[in-house]
Design a protein around this ligand. Structure first.
Ligand code: COA
Length: 115
């Protein structure tokens, strides 16, 4: 697991954080959050773009996945931003179900650009 913080240059206050952990077969699972007062300013999307580039180029990962609750529109939009082609539901996804409805879904899966 690797975690990175996005901090304000002026006072080092936390703006956002992103993390990645390895999955089997050259995959990686990403996680992210933004500080309440720093949301909607593109910090998380920018950090994810850097993280994805690092994962594909330096870590030689071939796909990234995020587990996102279906109602978390902000998270889905953020995951779509890194500009790598989405591949649809992740192979590793096994949605837990309550009352017959998924409690989370994998809405984002990106593949490494052609090398
Ligand atoms: C999801 C979260 C990380 C987004 O962080 P953020 O810094 O506000 O996101 P950004 O400013 O980088 O915006 C990225 C995209 O999401 C969109 N977005 C952000 N907040 C949104 C909201 N509340 N509703 C709809 N879209 C939203 C932005 O418009 C942007 O899309 P665009 O460039 O197409 O306009 C933040 O809301 C958060 O920390 N939520 C709680 C924790 C969480 O849900 N983490 C993800 C778990 S899977």
């Amino acid at each position: 697991m690797a975690r990175f913080a996005v901090v304000a240059a002026a006072d080092q206050s936390l703006l956002a954080s992103v993390a990645i952990k390895p999955l089997p077969e050259a995959g990686g699972e990403i996680g992210y959050m933004a500080a309440t007062g720093a949301r909607g300013r593109g910090f998380t999307a920018a950090a994810l773009r850097l993280l994805a580039g690092w994962a594909f180029a330096a870590l030689r990962m071939e796909r990234l996945e995020a587990l996102i609750q279906p109602a978390n529109e902000a998270s889905i939009r953020t995951a779509e931003r890194p500009a790598f082609p989405p591949m649809g539901p992740a192979a590793s996804a096994a949605p837990s179900r309550a009352s017959g409805t998924p409690t989370w879904s994998t809405c984002f899966r990106a593949r490494a650009p052609s090398r």
